[in-house]
Design a protein around this ligand. Structure first.
Ligand SMILES: NC(=O)c1ccc[n+]([C@@H]2O[C@H](COP(=O)([O-])OP(=O)(O)OC[C@H]3O[C@@H](n4cnc5c(N)ncnc54)[C@H](OP(=O)(O)O)[C@@H]3O)[C@@H](O)[C@H]2O)c1
Length: 307
């Protein structure tokens, strides 16, 4: 049996608990991974709350978490990996990451280079991978001025770094406590909250009109941001893709593939992208880790670590 943390029915945090679950067997194309670290994401509590019933398969008790880094314990046939390989990736459908063992689809996994710690690798499939897909989708170039809404979060801090690395001017909207974080990612910090759009407009006067928007907040913030650009077709939201589409923008299609993950981890190795790990929690405290993310105001990434 393996120790795991998850939820026993759809609902709030009260449905979460530690439990034992059978160690799964890898099928064709799958890896059994001894988890060393699991990324914690807003998607985790959204799945628990029942908001994702149409797209995410859940069998109760369900283990939380969608991304891990760890060591291959056993590999199904034709995976290209061997026991002992250090890997990271997205968990297989129906399996979660906050656990001693999980299954990962080999096609959605890549090797962890020696220089990259497990807790960093565990954040690459979801937050960094999403930021990578957004920046590629928008084809950001050095002539761009990119507005990032929620620049201090997991996806936002990675998107800010990647857009900055592409040579763009990056305006990062975040609360005051995240100013240093946004600036360390190469962004110009703009305080979030009432009047943020006027502050963005004033800064854009100096560094060039907003040519692309990366939205990680949604709602009214997204709507106000669309009014700040003459290129609504270059507004991308992963927080509120339906609203972005109504406003002339779009969501993105995620590419959870080995090829993309290899590119993302290579950027980490080269120092182009440095995922900001705000805090790690042991598996026994995974509930506190998710509570922090569910608050909606974390800076950088929260990770559950296992010995
Ligand atoms: N489709 C996908 O594949 C995909 C993948 C990853 C994430 N997502 C979605 O993208 C969103 C962001 O994910 P994440 O992992 O980056 O979340 P996160 O790490 O929790 O960060 C969210 C950030 O939003 C900021 N924020 C909240 N209200 C704000 C406001 N009014 N103005 C400006 N910033 C505000 C928060 O910081 P402050 O304290 O500064 O407000 C926080 O830093 C979530 O909705 C998530 O579900 C989708």
């Amino acid at each position: 049996m393996a120790r795991a943390y998850g939820f026993v029915e759809y609902g709030g945090p009260e449905t979460q608990q530690l439990f034992d679950t059978p160690v799964p067997s890898p099928g064709p194309g799958q890896l059994l991974v001894a988890v060393r670290a699991a990324g914690v994401n807003p998607a985790d509590w959204k799945v628990r709350s029942g908001r994702r019933t149409g797209s995410v398969t859940v069998h109760f008790p369900a283990v939380l978490g969608r991304e891990v880094a760890g060591v291959v314990e056993a590999a199904g046939p034709d995976t290209g990996f061997r026991p002992g390989d250090a890997v990271f990736g997205a968990t297989a459908e129906g399996y979660g990451g906050y656990a001693e063992y999980t299954l990962v689809d080999a096609r959605a996994a890549a090797l962890v280079p020696q220089a990259v710690p497990f807790e960093v690798a565990a954040t690459l499939a979801v937050a960094a991978g999403t930021a990578f897909d957004i920046v590629e989708h928008l084809e950001i170039v050095d002539a761009d001025t990119v507005l990032v809404l929620g620049a201090g979060g997991g996806v936002g801090s990675a998107a800010t770094q990647l857009a900055h690395a592409a040579g763009a001017a990056v305006l990062g909207v975040a609360s005051a406590g995240k100013r240093d974080l946004v600036e360390s990612c190469g962004g110009m910090w703009i305080q979030s909250g009432d009047g943020f759009d006027a502050r963005v407009a004033a800064t854009a006067e100096l560094c060039g009109a907003v040519t692309a928007v990366v939205d990680l907040v949604g709602g009214d913030v997204l709507e106000r941001a669309v009014a700040l650009t003459r290129a609504p077709e270059r507004v991308v939201s992963v927080a509120d893709p339906a609203r972005a589409e109504e406003l002339g923008g779009s969501g993105i299609t995620r590419r959870r593939t080995r090829e993309v993950f290899e590119q993302v981890v290579a950027l980490v190795e080269r120092g182009v992208l440095t995922p900001r790990i705000e805090r790690t929690f042991p598996l026994a405290d995974a509930g506190a880790a998710l509570e922090l993310v569910e608050s909606g105001h974390t800076g950088g990434k929260i990770v559950v670590t296992l010995p």
